[in-house]
Design a protein around this ligand. Structure first.
Ligand code: EPU
Length: 426
């Protein structure tokens, strides 16, 4: 089994580039299904999830060709047939929950979609009731048959939809269904993450009529057809934020190039309160830290709140901070699983329901630990950077789902980290 072996103690110093967001790219690729012809998406991350989405689109009858622009960034051209296939198989859907995002585009384009239920997840229960109820309000007939969501609608109709919670995935599915529906759809309490804005911008470029972009009320006027476009994915704010926490934890000095500080306002504010200097630059931001970080509290919330996808990285930092911190996780009920692994490194974290109390320690000690999901995995790597001795992080396929060659990028900043066959895990 391969692991990331980290030897703690190095300061991270230098510059690191950030490319397009995983959670944008996968949805942009799904949205290509809405228009017959060749849609081109640039600034893609070379991660495992993108490769799986490519396979899924191929199974749906699309031609998918990888491209590389002169500046070295990866792209993809997706050629969509007049009528795509409408069945998304379990063996692909189970690998990435984001495949549920083909449901809206397939249903509205073909009148029929058969998408495997994605199943459970290591970060907690992830229901789909808002996706299903919203589509039903638009006139879809939906059944769960043998592990598949089977949706049918000759022609979806505009509807008024109020989401109980600003779900990222439900907002995306409902908007991508509504753009080709008959009439006007209003989605209230919609999610407004930068990745959603990115998707909506691409849909507008394709010819969709969408009002309220960036707000929690979206008004979508259905049109007859959309056209393929060329789109550049928004930078990955979670990867950028991960570098910001890594810089602060290691008392380093890192320029994060290609990132948007505005998409990370609260997270960067927290690092400032911990004692870091955060400087916005024309092409990104820089985080510098000279002391042990001071503790701060965190409450995860939908955007623009503190992102749940930076919660493990924050706990890793707080485990070596000066003082106590209270973390409240409001999105995913099992995300604190990661604290049990961090405890193996000596972190003092007590959890109770959706709260965690972190008692900062001067030092952690390197240990064999296991990644349970993408962000937990990277949180453990960050802890390894500041721990005494060697940390081996196992189950790194999780990390590869969201981070492009993490160890190479960290080494370029001065970390001692390598991908090796484990000597600890069997
Ligand atoms: N929810 C429901 N019913 C629904 C949909 C969601 O109860 O119909 C609940 C979920 O159970 C969860 C909360 O609403 O408790 C938020 O879920 P949301 O739908 O917003 O999340 P998602 O679309 O499943 C995306 C990202 C996650 C990220 C969350 C929150 C993708 C592929 N995934 O998930 O990213 O944490 O939004 O920002 O876009 C990651 O990248 O590591 C990751 C987990």
């Amino acid at each position: 089994m391969q692991v990331l072996r980290v030897t703690g103690g190095a300061r991270l110093v230098g510059e690191v580039p950030v490319v397009g967001a995983k959670n944008s790219t996968l949805k942009l690729m799904s949205a290509a299904l809405l228009a017959e012809g060749a849609t081109h998406i640039d600034n893609l991350p070379a991660i495992a999830d993108v490769a799986i989405m490519r396979q899924l689109l191929e199974r749906l009858g699309c031609g998918v060709v990888e491209t590389r622009s002169p500046d070295g960034t990866e792209g993809v051209t997706i050629t969509v047939p007049q009528t795509p296939e409408s069945a998304a198989p379990y063996e692909l859907v189970r690998q990435i929950r984001a495949s549920i995002c083909v449901l809206g585009p397939l249903l509205t384009r073909t009148g029929h979609a058969r998408v495997a239920m994605p199943g459970g997840d290591n970060i907690g229960s992830r229901k789909l009731d808002m996706h299903i109820e919203g589509l039903q309000r638009m006139g879809a007939a939906i059944e769960i048959e043998h592990g598949f969501i089977v949706a049918r609608a000759q022609q979806l109709r505009g509807a008024s939809i109020w989401l109980d919670f600003p779900s990222v995935g439900a907002t995306e599915n409902l908007v991508t269904a509504a753009v080709l529906a008959q009439g006007t759809t209003v989605i209230d309490n919609a999610a407004r993450e930068p990745e959603i804005v990115d998707l909506l911008d691409m849909l507008v470029a394709m010819g969709a009529q969408i009002g309220g972009i960036g707000t929690s009320t979206l008004e979508i006027q259905g049109v007859d057809a959309l056209s393929p476009v060329h789109h550049v994915a928004v930078a990955d704010r979670i990867v950028a934020g991960t570098w910001a926490f890594a810089a602060a934890m290691t008392q380093g000095d890192v320029r994060v190039r290609g990132a948007m500080a505005a998409h990370l306002s609260i997270a960067l504010e927290k690092l400032t309160s911990a004692g870091a200097a955060v400087q916005e630059l024309p092409d990104g931001f820089r985080v510098t830290m000279t002391d042990r970080p001071k503790a701060f509290d965190v409450v995860t919330l939908p955007y623009p709140g503190f992102p749940t996808d930076l919660q493990p990285q924050a706990i890793a930092l707080l485990s070596i901070a000066e003082g106590d911190a209270m973390i409240t996780e409001n999105l995913f009920d099992a995300r604190f699983q990661f604290c049990d692994e961090l405890a193996r490194m000596g972190a003092q974290v007590r959890t109770d329901g959706h709260h965690a109390l972190v008692r900062g320690r001067h030092v952690l000690s390197g240990a064999p630990v296991q990644a349970t999901d993408i962000r937990a995995g990277v949180g453990l790597v960050l802890a390894g950077l500041v721990a005494e001795g060697v940390t081996e992080v196992g189950q790194i396929h999780h990390i590869d789902r969201g981070y492009v060659r993490l160890e190479e990028q960290m080494r370029a900043l001065g970390a001692t980290i390598e991908r090796v066959e484990s000597s600890t895990f069997g």
